[in-house]
Write a protein that binds this ligand. Structure first.
Ligand code: AMP
Length: 584
């Protein structure tokens, strides 16, 4: 079914004049230097994300403005001004300096969303170290892979999460310090021998700090992202990415001084840092941070209570809200919302139209990925929305559909590889310790995103699918190899093959096929045991939702498990070319 275009609103009727009111004009003339001029740069020269997001506002009326409103899981509320954020992050920068942490060292944080996480992120950046946020739902295996690969020197975590991953910690020789955050003394006996107390260190540290004179290309944040083969790779960004966060926060999220902004993403994923930390605060907005997870009723009541104006969420959440029904929205006053955006997975056109009915406005889809660092394709508030389209490229960046073999740009309407012309401000600088993999992503003058899409005659981009086996479950990319590796550690499992199975809410769920070692028989208790095993090692978000037993898995003659075939069989689709299949 074709969905009619949602015509751009009459700008004079909008609650706020959009920052980007002339898309075509901006595309034609924009230069990144102009954004660099809107930012301050460090007083002594250089560029530091934390300074742009926090400290530069202290010279203006924003000094005493509320930067963060935090609501805890149990309804606690705390508020912090930009000045308080600056002081607290200075303290943490001093803590790191006192521990001997140097510029470029990796500091990882594995914690729920509470204010101290944000102080630690900014403090790390001020010290000139690289911050690596970890998704708080991860189990021990993903945490170990990331800490080991990055050679992290510091892990900041909480007593409960430390307990979850305690067995892997002694296996990390490069990890020198474990700093435990005990938010409002929630845990008794929070510290294990050798641990440092975040609260004690902060209390003793000065709130004055001279920010490290980082340059634009110095590393700032690293996020691990899944590929088809091998373990997740650490995509490393540099301080220059702040230009892209700031600009797209302005254009795509339309952030303005008066806004109360809420990003529902966890800072363990890139949306939660680029748009849950950098974009809102570089734009001087007030940000709501909610510690808890999804609940339709709670979410609507938060919008109502804090009068959220700009909201950035994800398709899985929107589908869950749609499932909760319109009556759930009507119980609350959500009329403060003036701009709604979504990212992470294809946003169903029905969801865009649903938004116009229940929120009286379109939900604005946008596209980007860990490696791009910030939004590159978006629907903007002053532009027609085509439901189902990811929108149009941001000013200052060339995005195209290309033939990956030749680099040629394909004509409108043709499916091909979604590609970006390097460089752009948020472009990842490397995959940590994996130069070959990094280089393989650039071909014929393009960065190849791994997504297939097409562009229509008016320059709107439409997502088609992934070009690889990576699974997108509820907006989280899961590498099948990671799950397969966990499963084959179970003594009963001989081989494992993992695919994404379509799901009406999460888009895909992780499904595993396993063959068993001699002496083991398929059974329901064994299936349950394998599910538990995988959940305990990985995380509920990553572990398989379904496991099927097969006598053996289809493999190529070189022994690679053919996930494509497992998927085709699961979905009852044609099996395609099986000429490389191993003979049974
Ligand atoms: P990540 O690197 O974890 O942020 O995931 C990025 C991937 O999520 C992209 O390469 C796409 O496959 C998918 N994705 C992100 N945004 C969208 C969108 N608006 N529409 C379709 N897929 C998306």
């Amino acid at each position: 079914m074709d969905y009619p275009v949602i015509a751009k609103p009459d700008i004079s009727q909008l609650k706020a004049h959009p920052n980007l009111d002339d898309y075509a004009g901006a595309r034609a003339t924009f230069q990144w230097d102009s954004i660099r001029e809107e930012l301050d740069g460090l007083p002594g020269g250089g560029l530091n994300l934390a300074y742009e997001a926090v400290d530069r506002h202290l010279k203006t009326a924003r000094r005493t403005k509320t930067a963060m409103i935090w609501e805890g899981k149990n309804g606690e509320e705390e508020r912090y001004t930009f000045e308080q954020m600056a002081g607290q992050s200075n303290r943490f920068a001093n803590v790191l300096a006192g521990l001997g942490i140097q510029k470029g060292d990796r500091v990882f944080i594995f914690a729920e969303r509470f204010p101290e996480l944000y102080f630690a992120v900014f403090g790390t950046l001020k010290r000139g170290a690289v911050i690596g946020p970890l998704f708080s739902a991860f189990g021990p295996d993903p945490v170990k892979d990331r800490l080991e690969d990055s050679g992290a020197k510091v892990l900041i975590t909480t007593p409960d999460l430390r307990e979850r991953v305690k067995d892997i910690l002694p296996q990390l020789p490069e990890l020198k310090h474990i700093i435990i955050m005990n938010k409002n003394g929630r845990f008794k006996d929070a510290l294990k021998p050798g641990d440092l107390s975040f609260e004690d260190l902060m209390a003793k540290a000065s709130d004055q700090f001279q920010i490290e004179a980082t340059q634009e290309t110095d590393y700032s944040i690293m996020h691990y992202t899944s590929g088809t083969t091998g373990k997740p790779k650490g995509a490393v960004h540099c301080h220059r990415a702040v230009l892209g966060h700031y600009a797209t926060g302005k254009w795509a999220l339309d952030l303005q001084d008066q806004d109360i902004y809420w990003c529902t993403a966890d800072p363990g994923w890139v949306t939660g840092t680029s748009y849950g930390i950098s974009a809102p605060w570089t734009n001087g907005a007030t940000q709501l941070i909610y510690e808890g997870g999804f609940s339709a009723n709670r979410w609507y009541s938060l919008i109502d209570k804090y009068k959220v104006t700009v909201w950035y969420t994800a398709p899985t959440a929107i589908r869950l809200l749609m499932k909760a029904g319109e009556a759930a929205v009507k119980r609350h006053d959500v009329s403060s919302l003036r701009h709604i955006c979504s990212v992470g997975e294809p946003l169903n056109p029905e969801a865009v139209v649903w938004g116009t009915r229940v929120f009286d406005q379109a939900i604005h889809d946008n596209w980007w990925q860990t490696e791009t660092g910030h939004i590159l394709v978006a629907n903007y508030p002053a532009m027609d929305v085509r439901p189902g389209s990811m929108g149009r490229p941001i000013p200052g960046v060339e995005v195209a559909i290309v033939n990956v073999e030749t680099g040629a740009i394909l004509p409108p309407g043709t499916d091909g590889d979604l590609a970006v012309k390097p460089p752009w401000p948020g472009m990842f600088q490397m995959y940590w310790r994996n130069e070959a993999m990094y280089n393989s992503k650039f071909k014929n003058g393009w960065y190849i995103t791994g997504d297939r899409a097409h562009m229509d005659a008016d320059g709107y981009f439409w997502f088609v699918g992934r070009t690889d086996d990576v699974i997108n479950t509820a907006g989280h990319l899961v590498g099948p190899f990671e799950v397969e590796s966990a499963l084959i550690e179970h003594p009963a499992v001989a081989e494992a093959g993992v695919i994404g199975k379509p799901d009406p809410i999460a888009m895909e769920v992780v499904k595993a096929f396993v063959s068993l070692k001699d002496g083991y028989e398929p059974s329901e208790p064994l299936r349950q045991e394998l599910m538990r095993f995988a959940r305990q090692k990985l995380a509920a978000a990553v572990a398989p939702r379904e496991i099927d037993f097969l006598p053996s898995l289809p493999k190529t003659r070189s022994g690679k498990i053919m996930r494509r075939l497992l998927k085709a069989r699961e979905l009852g689709l044609p099996e395609g070319d099986t000429s490389t299949l191993e003979d049974d």
